[in-house]
Write a protein that binds this ligand. Structure first.
Ligand code: AMP
Length: 271
Protein backbone atom coordinates (compact mmCIF):
# COMPACT_ATOMS: atom_id res chain seq x y z
CA UNK A 1 0.00 0.00 0.00
CA UNK A 2 2.78 2.37 0.92
CA UNK A 3 4.62 1.74 -2.35
CA UNK A 4 1.45 2.27 -4.39
CA UNK A 5 0.67 5.52 -2.58
CA UNK A 6 4.22 6.76 -3.08
CA UNK A 7 3.81 6.21 -6.85
CA UNK A 8 0.49 8.02 -6.90
CA UNK A 9 1.91 10.95 -4.92
CA UNK A 10 4.93 11.02 -7.22
CA UNK A 11 2.52 11.54 -10.13
CA UNK A 12 1.18 14.62 -8.31
CA UNK A 13 -2.18 13.07 -7.53
CA UNK A 14 -4.38 13.78 -4.54
CA UNK A 15 -5.26 10.72 -2.44
CA UNK A 16 -8.47 10.29 -0.44
CA UNK A 17 -9.00 7.54 2.14
CA UNK A 18 -12.30 6.21 3.49
CA UNK A 19 -11.58 3.86 6.40
CA UNK A 20 -14.25 1.20 7.06
CA UNK A 21 -14.74 -2.17 8.69
CA UNK A 22 -16.60 -3.45 5.64
CA UNK A 23 -20.21 -4.73 5.52
CA UNK A 24 -20.70 -1.62 3.42
CA UNK A 25 -24.08 0.13 3.38
CA UNK A 26 -25.38 3.35 1.85
CA UNK A 27 -23.85 5.37 4.73
CA UNK A 28 -20.37 4.15 3.80
CA UNK A 29 -21.13 4.70 0.12
CA UNK A 30 -22.05 8.34 0.77
CA UNK A 31 -18.55 8.84 2.23
CA UNK A 32 -16.99 7.00 -0.71
CA UNK A 33 -18.92 9.10 -3.26
CA UNK A 34 -17.94 12.30 -1.47
CA UNK A 35 -14.26 11.29 -1.31
CA UNK A 36 -14.31 10.23 -4.98
CA UNK A 37 -15.31 13.74 -6.00
CA UNK A 38 -12.50 15.32 -3.91
CA UNK A 39 -9.50 13.34 -5.08
CA UNK A 40 -7.66 11.79 -8.01
CA UNK A 41 -7.01 8.48 -6.28
CA UNK A 42 -9.51 6.90 -3.91
CA UNK A 43 -8.57 4.25 -1.37
CA UNK A 44 -11.20 2.44 0.70
CA UNK A 45 -9.78 0.48 3.60
CA UNK A 46 -11.62 -2.56 4.91
CA UNK A 47 -10.28 -3.89 8.18
CA UNK A 48 -12.21 -5.32 11.11
CA UNK A 49 -9.84 -4.00 13.75
CA UNK A 50 -9.57 -6.40 16.70
CA UNK A 51 -7.94 -3.68 18.85
CA UNK A 52 -11.11 -1.60 18.99
CA UNK A 53 -13.51 -4.38 20.04
CA UNK A 54 -14.15 -4.58 23.76
CA UNK A 55 -16.19 -7.80 23.50
CA UNK A 56 -15.03 -10.98 21.72
CA UNK A 57 -18.62 -11.87 20.79
CA UNK A 58 -19.03 -8.55 18.96
CA UNK A 59 -15.79 -9.12 17.01
CA UNK A 60 -16.76 -12.71 16.11
CA UNK A 61 -20.28 -11.74 15.04
CA UNK A 62 -19.21 -8.66 13.06
CA UNK A 63 -20.59 -9.11 9.52
CA UNK A 64 -17.96 -9.83 6.86
CA UNK A 65 -19.16 -9.44 3.27
CA UNK A 66 -15.99 -9.18 1.18
CA UNK A 67 -17.54 -10.11 -2.20
CA UNK A 68 -20.31 -7.53 -1.99
CA UNK A 69 -17.96 -4.91 -0.51
CA UNK A 70 -15.37 -5.19 -3.25
CA UNK A 71 -18.08 -5.00 -5.94
CA UNK A 72 -19.53 -1.85 -4.31
CA UNK A 73 -16.09 -0.23 -4.06
CA UNK A 74 -15.51 -0.87 -7.76
CA UNK A 75 -18.97 0.45 -8.70
CA UNK A 76 -18.34 3.61 -6.71
CA UNK A 77 -15.00 4.31 -8.33
CA UNK A 78 -12.45 3.21 -5.73
CA UNK A 79 -8.95 2.89 -7.20
CA UNK A 80 -7.76 0.55 -4.48
CA UNK A 81 -9.07 -1.39 -1.51
CA UNK A 82 -6.61 -1.69 1.35
CA UNK A 83 -7.62 -4.82 3.27
CA UNK A 84 -4.74 -6.02 5.41
CA UNK A 85 -5.05 -9.10 7.64
CA UNK A 86 -4.92 -8.77 11.42
CA UNK A 87 -1.51 -10.52 11.68
CA UNK A 88 -0.11 -8.17 9.02
CA UNK A 89 -1.36 -5.16 10.99
CA UNK A 90 -0.32 -6.48 14.38
CA UNK A 91 2.60 -8.88 14.00
CA UNK A 92 4.36 -10.34 17.04
CA UNK A 93 6.21 -7.58 18.87
CA UNK A 94 3.71 -4.87 17.96
CA UNK A 95 3.95 -2.47 20.91
CA UNK A 96 2.70 1.02 20.01
CA UNK A 97 -0.50 2.64 21.18
CA UNK A 98 -1.83 6.00 20.00
CA UNK A 99 -4.05 7.57 22.63
CA UNK A 100 -5.88 10.92 22.65
CA UNK A 101 -6.51 12.19 26.19
CA UNK A 102 -9.69 13.96 27.26
CA UNK A 103 -11.98 13.62 24.25
CA UNK A 104 -12.04 9.82 24.63
CA UNK A 105 -13.09 9.83 28.28
CA UNK A 106 -16.89 10.36 28.28
CA UNK A 107 -19.74 9.01 26.11
CA UNK A 108 -18.70 5.72 24.41
CA UNK A 109 -15.21 5.96 25.95
CA UNK A 110 -16.64 5.46 29.41
CA UNK A 111 -18.48 2.27 28.42
CA UNK A 112 -15.99 0.70 26.00
CA UNK A 113 -12.58 0.59 27.71
CA UNK A 114 -9.72 0.71 25.23
CA UNK A 115 -12.03 1.23 22.25
CA UNK A 116 -10.81 4.66 21.16
CA UNK A 117 -7.14 3.79 21.67
CA UNK A 118 -7.78 0.89 19.30
CA UNK A 119 -9.39 3.28 16.81
CA UNK A 120 -6.64 5.92 16.95
CA UNK A 121 -3.92 3.28 16.73
CA UNK A 122 -5.42 1.66 13.63
CA UNK A 123 -6.26 4.97 11.95
CA UNK A 124 -2.70 6.22 12.54
CA UNK A 125 -1.47 3.02 10.88
CA UNK A 126 -3.89 3.40 7.95
CA UNK A 127 -2.80 7.01 7.53
CA UNK A 128 0.84 5.87 7.59
CA UNK A 129 0.30 3.20 4.95
CA UNK A 130 -2.02 5.15 2.64
CA UNK A 131 -0.55 8.66 3.18
CA UNK A 132 -3.82 10.31 2.08
CA UNK A 133 -4.26 14.04 1.52
CA UNK A 134 -7.75 13.77 2.94
CA UNK A 135 -9.73 11.22 4.93
CA UNK A 136 -13.51 11.04 5.22
CA UNK A 137 -15.41 9.88 8.31
CA UNK A 138 -19.08 9.82 9.35
CA UNK A 139 -20.68 12.01 12.00
CA UNK A 140 -22.56 8.88 13.03
CA UNK A 141 -19.45 8.20 15.14
CA UNK A 142 -19.18 11.78 16.32
CA UNK A 143 -16.79 11.19 19.22
CA UNK A 144 -14.53 9.13 16.94
CA UNK A 145 -14.51 11.96 14.37
CA UNK A 146 -13.49 14.51 17.03
CA UNK A 147 -10.76 12.25 18.40
CA UNK A 148 -9.29 11.54 14.96
CA UNK A 149 -9.37 15.23 14.05
CA UNK A 150 -7.43 15.96 17.27
CA UNK A 151 -4.90 13.16 16.68
CA UNK A 152 -4.27 14.30 13.10
CA UNK A 153 -3.61 17.88 14.21
CA UNK A 154 -1.56 16.93 17.28
CA UNK A 155 0.73 14.59 15.34
CA UNK A 156 1.21 16.98 12.39
CA UNK A 157 -0.09 14.36 9.99
CA UNK A 158 -1.00 16.97 7.39
CA UNK A 159 -4.21 15.18 6.47
CA UNK A 160 -7.53 16.96 6.04
CA UNK A 161 -10.16 15.14 8.11
CA UNK A 162 -13.72 15.58 6.85
CA UNK A 163 -16.91 14.63 8.72
CA UNK A 164 -20.04 13.82 6.72
CA UNK A 165 -23.71 13.60 7.83
CA UNK A 166 -25.35 10.39 9.02
CA UNK A 167 -27.35 8.48 6.43
CA UNK A 168 -30.60 7.03 7.74
CA UNK A 169 -33.17 4.47 6.69
CA UNK A 170 -36.47 5.93 5.47
CA UNK A 171 -37.93 5.66 8.98
CA UNK A 172 -34.99 7.46 10.61
CA UNK A 173 -32.83 4.60 11.94
CA UNK A 174 -29.16 5.44 11.41
CA UNK A 175 -27.60 2.97 8.96
CA UNK A 176 -25.13 0.67 10.67
CA UNK A 177 -23.42 -2.61 9.84
CA UNK A 178 -24.79 -3.89 13.16
CA UNK A 179 -28.46 -3.36 12.16
CA UNK A 180 -28.45 -6.81 10.51
CA UNK A 181 -28.30 -8.35 13.99
CA UNK A 182 -31.68 -6.87 15.00
CA UNK A 183 -34.76 -9.11 15.16
CA UNK A 184 -37.95 -7.73 13.59
CA UNK A 185 -39.21 -6.53 16.99
CA UNK A 186 -35.85 -5.00 17.90
CA UNK A 187 -35.68 -3.29 14.50
CA UNK A 188 -39.10 -1.73 15.09
CA UNK A 189 -38.13 -0.51 18.56
CA UNK A 190 -34.73 0.76 17.37
CA UNK A 191 -36.62 3.83 16.20
CA UNK A 192 -36.56 5.02 19.82
CA UNK A 193 -33.08 6.47 19.21
CA UNK A 194 -34.23 8.79 16.44
CA UNK A 195 -37.41 9.59 18.36
CA UNK A 196 -35.40 10.54 21.45
CA UNK A 197 -33.24 12.86 19.34
CA UNK A 198 -36.39 14.36 17.81
CA UNK A 199 -37.88 14.92 21.26
CA UNK A 200 -34.72 16.71 22.42
CA UNK A 201 -34.65 18.86 19.30
CA UNK A 202 -38.29 19.75 19.71
CA UNK A 203 -37.69 20.94 23.30
CA UNK A 204 -34.52 22.85 22.38
CA UNK A 205 -36.25 24.56 19.47
CA UNK A 206 -39.14 25.44 21.76
CA UNK A 207 -36.69 27.35 23.95
CA UNK A 208 -35.83 24.82 26.68
CA UNK A 209 -32.27 25.51 27.89
CA UNK A 210 -32.08 23.17 30.90
CA UNK A 211 -30.14 20.13 29.72
CA UNK A 212 -31.46 17.97 32.57
CA UNK A 213 -35.05 18.47 31.33
CA UNK A 214 -34.08 17.68 27.75
CA UNK A 215 -32.17 14.57 28.80
CA UNK A 216 -34.95 13.18 30.95
CA UNK A 217 -37.59 13.74 28.25
CA UNK A 218 -35.36 11.99 25.69
CA UNK A 219 -34.53 9.15 28.10
CA UNK A 220 -38.24 8.63 28.68
CA UNK A 221 -38.71 8.00 24.97
CA UNK A 222 -36.09 5.25 25.08
CA UNK A 223 -37.49 3.80 28.28
CA UNK A 224 -40.89 3.57 26.56
CA UNK A 225 -39.45 0.91 24.23
CA UNK A 226 -39.69 -2.35 26.16
CA UNK A 227 -36.77 -4.07 24.39
CA UNK A 228 -34.42 -1.11 24.68
CA UNK A 229 -31.87 -0.55 27.44
CA UNK A 230 -30.32 2.90 27.64
CA UNK A 231 -26.54 2.77 28.17
CA UNK A 232 -25.98 6.52 28.16
CA UNK A 233 -27.61 9.67 26.90
CA UNK A 234 -25.61 12.87 27.13
CA UNK A 235 -25.70 16.44 25.88
CA UNK A 236 -22.21 17.77 25.21
CA UNK A 237 -20.42 20.77 23.78
CA UNK A 238 -20.23 20.05 20.03
CA UNK A 239 -16.51 20.91 19.95
CA UNK A 240 -14.83 19.66 23.11
CA UNK A 241 -17.50 17.07 24.08
CA UNK A 242 -17.71 18.40 27.66
CA UNK A 243 -21.09 17.62 29.31
CA UNK A 244 -23.40 20.65 29.44
CA UNK A 245 -25.93 21.77 32.03
CA UNK A 246 -27.40 24.57 29.90
CA UNK A 247 -27.77 24.95 26.15
CA UNK A 248 -25.80 27.98 25.06
CA UNK A 249 -23.45 27.38 22.10
CA UNK A 250 -23.45 24.48 19.63
CA UNK A 251 -24.38 21.23 21.38
CA UNK A 252 -24.72 17.59 20.45
CA UNK A 253 -26.91 14.93 22.00
CA UNK A 254 -25.32 11.47 21.85
CA UNK A 255 -26.62 8.13 23.05
CA UNK A 256 -25.99 4.40 23.13
CA UNK A 257 -28.90 1.96 23.41
CA UNK A 258 -28.91 -1.81 23.60
CA UNK A 259 -31.59 -3.77 21.77
CA UNK A 260 -31.10 -7.33 22.92
CA UNK A 261 -27.44 -8.14 22.24
CA UNK A 262 -27.00 -5.30 19.75
CA UNK A 263 -25.57 -1.94 20.78
CA UNK A 264 -26.66 1.04 18.67
CA UNK A 265 -25.39 4.62 18.82
CA UNK A 266 -26.79 7.84 17.42
CA UNK A 267 -26.29 11.58 17.80
CA UNK A 268 -27.44 14.86 16.37
CA UNK A 269 -26.97 18.59 16.71
CA UNK A 270 -29.02 20.36 19.38
CA UNK A 271 -29.25 24.12 18.97
P1 AMP B 1 -17.51 1.43 10.24
O1 AMP B 1 -17.38 0.52 9.08
O2 AMP B 1 -18.73 1.23 11.06
O3 AMP B 1 -16.24 1.51 11.07
O4 AMP B 1 -17.70 2.88 9.63
C1 AMP B 1 -16.80 3.40 8.68
C2 AMP B 1 -17.09 4.87 8.48
O5 AMP B 1 -18.44 5.01 7.99
C3 AMP B 1 -17.01 5.69 9.77
O6 AMP B 1 -16.40 6.94 9.48
C4 AMP B 1 -18.45 5.84 10.15
O7 AMP B 1 -18.70 7.00 10.92
C5 AMP B 1 -19.12 5.94 8.80
N1 AMP B 1 -20.54 5.58 8.88
C6 AMP B 1 -21.09 4.50 9.49
N2 AMP B 1 -22.44 4.54 9.41
C7 AMP B 1 -22.74 5.69 8.74
C8 AMP B 1 -23.98 6.30 8.34
N3 AMP B 1 -25.15 5.77 8.63
N4 AMP B 1 -23.91 7.47 7.65
C9 AMP B 1 -22.70 8.04 7.37
N5 AMP B 1 -21.52 7.51 7.72
C10 AMP B 1 -21.53 6.35 8.39
Amino acid sequence: MHALSAQVREAGKRIALVPTMGALHAGHLSLIDYARAQADFLVVSIFVNPLQFDRDADLDAYPRTWEADSALCAEHGADAIYAPTAPAMYPGGFATKVSVAGLGQGLCGEHRPGHFDGVTTVVAKLFGAVTPHLAVFGQKDYQQLKIITRMTADLDMGIEVIGRPTLREADGLAMSSRNVHLSADERAQALCLRRALDKAQELAQGGEREVQKIKSAAAQVVEGASLARLEYLEVVDADNLAPLTRLEGPARMAMAVWLGATRLIDNDALN
